[in-house]
Write a new protein. Structure first.
Ligand SMILES: N[C@@H](CCC(=O)N[C@@H](CS)C(=O)NCC(=O)O)C(=O)O
Length: 355
């Protein structure tokens, strides 16, 4: 649910790398305004494909009038429903669609899995976005690659010189924005280690299963995938993935057009490889960071410093993350009476941040 990268998704639909155009299953009922470079936009597109909901994938430039008519915030994705309602914010968009189109469900029936999937959905959106945004603008190779892709989205068909000028402007502006996700000299190594450690934890987990919770995608898959799919489009993180994460890359390709191949697993068979991810990344980094951010917002502080498992983290607090932590805590309330879910949250060190 983060708000990192601003104001570059206004051009045409010419996808730059590996986006496949697929005929909508039924007449286009939904209109999804987004961009390939937007992790939250492709997250919703993957969901619409999974649910086989007919939709048109449009850029803001192509659908500028529609966008102006419905957008409440200057953000993508924006989904326009058949009834003509405009929805923004990928998590509530998916929740609204899930209640309208419950089958096949993206929520595992095992209640522990159901909450862990919601927790990892939040982890993907809030913490995963730090990996994606940091790696995209930290090094020249990625800056050049992505700013060129964004430039060709903004100025399709422009000559080389114009493209390079546009790319240079984008690059300059985006490099200045990495503070938004807390990327700085102090946190760079922590962000990069977190990404590599997460890949190392995902590989054994995806060794013999197609998705995070079994043979069909769960809520968590869509959020984590939106970030990792975009990272796979940038040279440096793609290089790291190609070196150490072949199973994750197969999952990235699979989630671009997910289909159910079987059922969700129960917690006991997922526990061995999901527990380390919850302990190491969610309880060790994401939740203490999110709590410190929320406390800083509540205290009206300009900046906050928090001791994470990876070291000292300093950042300007973001209102949006404080709201989403509140939403996560409200979501956990529905599971509080569930002893198994509580035990797992206790065992992983997540509980104290959720109550
Ligand atoms: N919480 C929102 C975040 C959306 C977001 O940050 N979108 C970015 C692109 S990934 C955006 O629109 N930035 C402003 C812009 O491009 O004009 C969601 O989950 O949909």
């Amino acid at each position: 649910m983060a708000l990192a990268n601003h104001a570059f998704f206004a051009a045409s639909r010419t996808a730059v790398i590996t986006a496949e155009k697929k005929e909508p299953q039924t007449d286009p009922q939904y209109h999804l305004i987004g961009a390939e470079e937007s992790p939250y936009s492709v997250k919703v597109r993957s969901y619409l494909r999974y649910k086989q909901l007919g939709h048109e994938w449009l850029s803001r430039a192509e659908a500028n009038d529609l966008y102006r008519q419905h957008a409440k915030l200057p953000l993508i994705p924006l989904l326009i429903t058949p009834e003509g309602h405009g929805l923004q914010d990928s998590t509530p968009i998916i929740e609204t669609l899930e209640s309208a189109h419950p089958d096949p469900s993206i929520h595992p029936d095992d209640s522990v899995c159901r909450f862990v999937s919601c927790l990892l959905e939040e982890f993907g959106d809030e913490w995963g976005n730090k990996w994606m945004f940091h790696y995209r603008w930290a090094r020249e190779a990625d800056q050049v690659a992505c700013s060129k892709r964004l430039a060709s989205l903004l100025a399709p068909g422009a000559d080389e010189q114009t493209l390079n000028q546009t790319a240079a402007t984008i690059r300059e502006r985006m490099i200045d924005r990495v503070w938004f996700v807390g990327s700085s000299e102090k946190t760079a190594r922590q962000i990069e280690d977190s990404f590599k450690d997460t890949l190392a934890l995902l590989e054994p987990h995806l060794l013999n299963r197609r998705y995070l919770f079994g043979e069909r995608p769960a809520f968590a898959d869509f959020a984590l995938w939106g970030q990792l799919y975009n990272m796979h489009r940038d040279p440096t993180p793609r290089g790291i993935m190609e070196l150490q994460a072949p199973k994750t890359i197969s999952w990235i390709e699979r989630m671009n057009n997910p289909t159910a191949h079987g059922s969700f697993e129960q917690w006991p068979s997922l526990k061995r490889t999901l527990l380390p991810l919850l302990i190491d990344q969610v309880a060790g980094l994401f939740l203490p960071w999110s709590k410190a951010n929320a406390d800083a917002i509540a205290g009206g502080r300009e900046s906050f410093t928090v001791k994470l498992r990876s070291g000292e983290w300093q950042q300007k607090p973001q209102k949006y993350h404080a709201r989403s932590l509140m939403a996560l805590r409200q979501r956990y309330q529905a599971f509080e009476s569930n002893a198994d879910a509580r035990d797992v949250m206790q065992e992983t060190g997540c509980l104290d941040f959720l109550v």
